[in-house]
Design a protein around this ligand. Structure first.
Ligand SMILES: NC(=O)c1ccc[n+]([C@@H]2O[C@H](COP(=O)([O-])OP(=O)(O)OC[C@H]3O[C@@H](n4cnc5c(N)ncnc54)[C@H](O)[C@@H]3O)[C@@H](O)[C@H]2O)c1
Length: 268
């Protein structure tokens, strides 16, 4: 099996290193807009090969694994699917864009291909998906991060909010997931995954909280429906090289890749 990793940053590196140890994977193609990121990752693995000009459709890869940005996902995931490749997406917030969503879904419709959306850095997606097979009344997600996990978010820049000056726990956003994903594109992919697994972007309620006293990225998920009630709390260690990204998000992608390679899906 040949895989293509788009984005050689924090998540891409964890995936590539794990793939390098997997016997089903023969070749790991790497692409990044930053050539130095490809070189650094190539030096850490033995089955890596650079795909400099990102010609995804003719790469011969079985699956495109996007771990770059919402923009990269929008540009490349539909191309991969339309050319008959499977795909895995990490920048799940891209799905708030309906034209992207529709293009992916229609590419999947007539082809024998799959789109993988790992659970990311949150527990409870399995139960949420099952609950969604009957009626759900409430889905509420509270994401709490330290200032360094939120720095640089579009909303903070636009509103000139300096999270590094915050002394107390502060609610930065409260409202539908639709807006949360647009305002914090690199911070709340989990909100997008929860929305897709449950009752959609408009009905999923999201709070984004900055807590200067914490050093973990935590997600609290509450679901109420005809099945009963469910609560999950995940306290994530941030990745050492990207404080916005929780280590568990990278591990969930590795787990998805293992299921894909072995064709055994547990808790689907
Ligand atoms: N699904 C989840 O739960 C979850 C969790 C954390 C992060 N993410 C998302 O996953 C993505 C990767 O996260 P990360 O922590 O590895 O980020 P990162 O910043 O560490 O790495 C991203 C890499 O992608 C490259 N890149 C950016 N745009 C590109 C493009 N258009 N084409 C090719 N390469 C490009 C960058 O140069 C960088 O090397 C981000 O969009 C992030 O928001 C998802």
């Amino acid at each position: 099996m040949k895989i293509l990793i788009l984005g050689c940053g924090s998540i891409g590196t964890v995936i590539a290193r794990a793939a390098d140890e997997m016997e089903d994977i023969e070749e790991i193609l790497l692409h990044d807009i930053d050539r130095s990121k490809i070189d650094t990752l190539m030096s850490k693995i033995s089955r890596g090969k650079s795909l400099e000009e990102g010609d995804i459709a003719s790469s011969g890869a079985d699956i495109l694994i996007e771990a770059a940005s919402q923009g990269a996902a929008k540009e490349n995931i539909p191309v991969a699917l339309e050319s008959g490749m499977d795909a895995m997406i990490l920048s799940v917030g891209a799905f708030v864009d309906l034209s992207f969503q529709n293009r992916c879904y229609s590419a999947l419709k007539d082809r024998d291909i799959n789109l993988l959306i790992p659970s990311g850095s949150i527990a409870g997606i399995d139960a949420l998906k099952a609950a969604g097979c009957a009626s759900i009344d409430v889905v509420r997600l509270t994401t709490t991060k330290p200032p360094k996990g939120l720095r640089g978010a579009k909303y903070l820049t636009d509103e000139k909010i300096d999270v590094d000056r915050m002394k107390e726990k502060t609610v930065l956003y409260s409202g539908p997931a639709t807006r949360a994903v647009q305002l914090f594109p690199a911070n709340v992919n989990v909100a997008a995954t929860v929305s897709l697994a449950g009752i959609g972007f408009d009905r999923t309620q999201v709070q984004v909280v900055c807590d200067p006293a914490t050093d973990v990225n935590s997600h609290q998920l509450y679901v109420k429906g005809s099945f009963g009630e469910m609560e999950s709390v995940t306290r994530n260690r941030p990745s050492p090289d990207n404080p916005r990204t929780s280590y568990l998000a990278s591990l969930s992608a590795v787990s998805a890749l293992k299921s894909y390679a072995r064709k055994i899906w547990i808790s689907v």
